[in-house]
Design a protein around this ligand. Structure first.
Ligand SMILES: NC(=O)c1ccc[n+]([C@@H]2O[C@H](COP(=O)([O-])OP(=O)(O)OC[C@H]3O[C@@H](n4cnc5c(N)ncnc54)[C@H](OP(=O)(O)O)[C@@H]3O)[C@@H](O)[C@H]2O)c1
Length: 244
């Protein structure tokens, strides 16, 4: 049975790849506030150290695209109860225009990286643990210029579903599919453009706004702690999939 929400993470080791920013950071902060021991990972060691100090986590830098590095990193984690991978990088562009190298780099960062990272953490994952991956609404609600990104999101969802079957009895595996969420992912955009995009996308959604990282963090905690949840794609998208 699933333990009460407030105590389910107490003393558990939660590892969040992508925990230095956005939804990963918000998940790390919420897990730490619920009594978990939290390790956050990504490539930028300086940012990780700063964020880790702010939220009471431990930093453990890794580049998911470096397979040997991931293996050594995973071996250094100790026992893990819950693995969350929110890290990714996205490439936008029309079907005919997106450079093949950009497409390959996106699949490396958002699919192969999480695949390898999950595989290398698995020997260290406690029985009864969980794995939570991240996709995005474009897998099932594509728009012009996002075909490659939609395809990689679909691959991540298939990975989570396949692993839920393959790891049955060992770990539960789920995928969170966010809609637009205001995070550092859009930090490179000029502020006026970014706010305009948030306003436009938000107005198109049933909830009337884009999401906050903390709202997705709540779903990630549920994916970690609800013992009856596996093989699921959790849509946390403000109604994006059902909008007109
Ligand atoms: N934000 C949205 O609107 C939105 C919408 C739909 C889906 N999503 C998906 O939701 C997830 C979380 O998004 P977010 O906006 O919270 O992300 P974010 O703030 O952009 O953070 C992504 C993190 O990934 C890390 N990262 C990138 N490549 C890496 C690699 N090779 N190895 C290790 N770490 C790597 C980056 O840190 P370093 O630079 O330090 O490595 C960064 O902290 C992603 O899968 C994203 O595609 C987001």
């Amino acid at each position: 049975m699933t333990p009460p929400f407030e105590t389910a993470l107490s003393g558990k080791h939660v590892v969040i790849v992508g925990g230095g920013s956005g939804m990963g950071r918000a998940t790390a902060q919420l897990a730490a506030s619920l009594g978990a021991r939290v390790t956050i990972a990504s490539r930028n060691a300086d940012r990780l150290a700063t964020v880790a100090a702010e939220i009471g986590a431990e930093p453990a830098p890794v580049d998911m695209t470096d397979e040997a590095g991931v293996r050594a990193w995973a071996a250094g984690l100790g026992a893990v109860d819950h693995l969350v991978i929110s890290a990714s990088s996205a490439a936008h562009g029309g079907f005919a225009d997106l450079p093949t190298d950009d497409l390959r780099a996106m699949f490396e960062a958002k699919f192969t990286g999480p695949y390898v990272t999950t595989r290398e953490v698995l020997p260290h994952l406690a029985n009864g643990g969980s794995i939570t991956l991240f996709s995005g609404v474009l897998s099932r609600r594509p728009s012009v210029g996002t075909t490659g990104l939609g395809a990689v999101n679909a691959a991540v969802e298939a990975l989570a579903k396949g692993l839920a079957v393959e790891l049955a009895g060992k770990a539960r595996v789920n995928c969170i599919s966010p809609g637009m969420v205001a995070t550092e992912a859009y930090a490179a955009m000029p502020e006026a453009d970014r706010e305009g995009m948030y306003a436009q996308v938000g107005a198109s959604l049933p909830v009337g706004r884009v999401g906050a990282p903390e709202e997705v963090a709540q779903a990630a905690i549920m994916a970690m702690t609800n013992g009856y949840l596996t093989g699921t794609v959790l849509d946390v998208d403000g109604g994006h999939l059902v909008k007109a």
